[in-house]
Design a protein around this ligand. Structure first.
Ligand code: ADP
Ligand code: MG
Length: 460
């Protein structure tokens, strides 16, 4: 444990009358340095100023050093011989006095600087040429989770996630060899590793300082998790808008020809002119056209969804309604439905038609994920300021790549999928001020959680 060093006490003996010229705040507490305790003594008894003592109160034994540029202490009788060693009079005293004052000012500046660094909200981490952490502020403690004690002296790889751990040392080596800086002075987006193993996106800028031939590298790190999420949402909504224009055009162009193809195929089916093979082909045409019409309808729904018409209602009731729709399909496909009502849900306000669509999409996906049957569990609960419904299946689950792209429009792993179901669902839920998230384990199943805000009760 660090003990506070004993202060160095210095007495200044001043002959003049202007005592306010040294803007010094005491005591100093720079880490590792003893504080300096300055006491000013006035030679003239008539002078009294704050923090200036009369010379007659000077007890030499209390000081490590007495500086007296005018030799006014010569008149004091009680300096013992060893105290004489600490007494400096004459011009040297003046020089030393200046030096001490400069030192104190310097130290004060340094203390201000290190105060800024220490308490900054950004994480500031300094390493030396050996890749060891020698500077680590409070912001870093908060952001990265390692304490100063753990970080100081440790290798920087402590906070670098696995794929870059080794690379970083090489970067440093290359820099030391070539002095060619590709990153100094720039903001980079990288990933940092927290103590709990979690990684997060950060923006980092680097600087390098050459102190006496030794190089020190400092990184100023900002956690940009929230910023990145916002950016992702923006990209997503821009993409949706661009996609929307194209799709509405295509859907419009395809709709009428499909109607004609399907209509004629069904008409031909009714004619006796075809043999079995011919009829089979015709009915395949009709069936595929119906599929395509379904897809076009989904595309149009995606693009031209009217704004939500929210009304107060109960989510559990809507869930029961939609489950009722699926009743026969589920039992034909050996799907067992479980309802878990963990806590009663308050009434919330929502567009029933749109939320019905979300539930249909989720149930269809669950159905498709369990071709040989399984369990579908729907859990509802109130949680803080929101209500939650979890739709969990015991199906195939998803790989992390699928999870990462799930809500992108057109993303599908199915031969006949549109990849729009979840994109539509997400945009509906977001328009309701809520969120939809997924938790999935390959081979075990997936759980989609819809979270909707609890709303102010509508008057009347
Ligand atoms: P589509 O169903 O037309 O493919 P979605 O947007 O509904 O489009 O789903 C996108 C993709 O997400 C699916 O192709 C599938 O890979 C995956 N997915 C969605 N729900 C589930 C689920 N319950 N289990 C496994 N994978 C799913
Ligand atoms: Mg789907």
């Amino acid at each position: 444990m660090a003990t506070t060093p004993k202060p160095i006490r210095i007495a200044f003996v001043l002959d003049g009358e202007e005592f306010s010229w040294r803007p010094i705040t005491l005591p100093f507490s720079l880490e590792g340095y003893p504080p300096v305790d300055l006491v000013l003594y006035a030679a003239k008894p008539e002078v009294s100023a704050p923090r200036v003592e009369p010379l007659t109160d000077l007890h030499p034994e209390e000081f490590d050093l007495i500086l007296d540029s005018q030799a006014v202490t010569a008149g004091l009788p009680d300096f013992s011989p060893d105290q004489q060693d600490h007494l400096i009079t004459g011009p040297t005293a003046g020089l030393l006095e200046d030096l001490v004052c400069q030192l104190l000012e310097l130290r004060q500046k340094q203390e201000i600087n290190s105060g800024i660094i220490h308490s900054a909200a950004d994480a500031i981490v300094t390493i030396n040429e050996d890749h060891l952490i020698i500077g680590y502020n409070q912001g870093a403690e908060k952001m990265l989770g390692f304490t100063r004690q753990e970080a100081l002296g440790a290798d920087l790889s402590l906070i670098i996630p696995p794929p870059y751990k080794a690379e970083h040392r090489d970067y440093l080596r290359r820099y030391l060899a070539t002095r060619e800086a590709r990153v100094i002075g720039k903001h980079l987006r990288l990933t940092a590793l927290r103590r709990d193993g979690r990684e997060f996106p950060m923006s980092i800028s680097f600087s390098v300082a050459d102190i006496g031939g030794n190089l020190y590298f400092t990184g100023i790190i900002r956690d940009i998790t929230e910023y990145q999420e916002m950016e992702d949402r923006l990209v997503q909504s821009e993409r949706l808008a661009a996609v929307g224009d194209t799709m509405s055009h295509i859907a419009h162009e395809i709709k009428n020809p499909l109607l004609i193809i399907g209509g004629f195929a069904r008409q031909l089916l009714r004619l006796p002119a075809f043999d079995d093979k011919g009829r089979q082909k015709l009915s395949m045409i009709a069936e595929e056209v119906t599929n395509l019409e379904g897809m076009v309808a989904e595309m149009r729904e995606f693009v031209r969804r009217p704004p939500a018409q929210k009304r107060p209602g109960r989510l559990e009731v809507l869930i029961s309604e939609v489950l009722e729709l699926f009743h026969d399909t589920f039992s034909e496909n050996h799907l067992k439905v479980n309802r878990v009502e963990e806590s009663p849900l308050p009434e919330i306000s929502f567009d029933a038609k749109q939320l019905r669509q979300v539930l249909i999409n989720l149930f269809n996906n669950a159905l498709e994920a369990m071709p040989r049957g399984g369990d579908l569990t729907i859990t509802t609960r109130g949680r803080g300021e929101s209500v939650e419904a979890v739709v969990a299946d015991s199906g195939a689950g998803m790989s992390p790549e699928v999870v990462a792209n799930l809500f992108q429009p057109y993303f599908t792993t199915k031969a006949k999928g549109t990849g729009l179901g979840l994109a539509i669902s997400q945009s509906i839920i977001q328009e309701h001020g809520g969120s939809i998230s997924v938790d999935s384990t390959p081979g075990q199943g997936s759980a989609f959680t819809i979270r909707l805000p609890r709303t102010e009760p509508v008057p009347g």
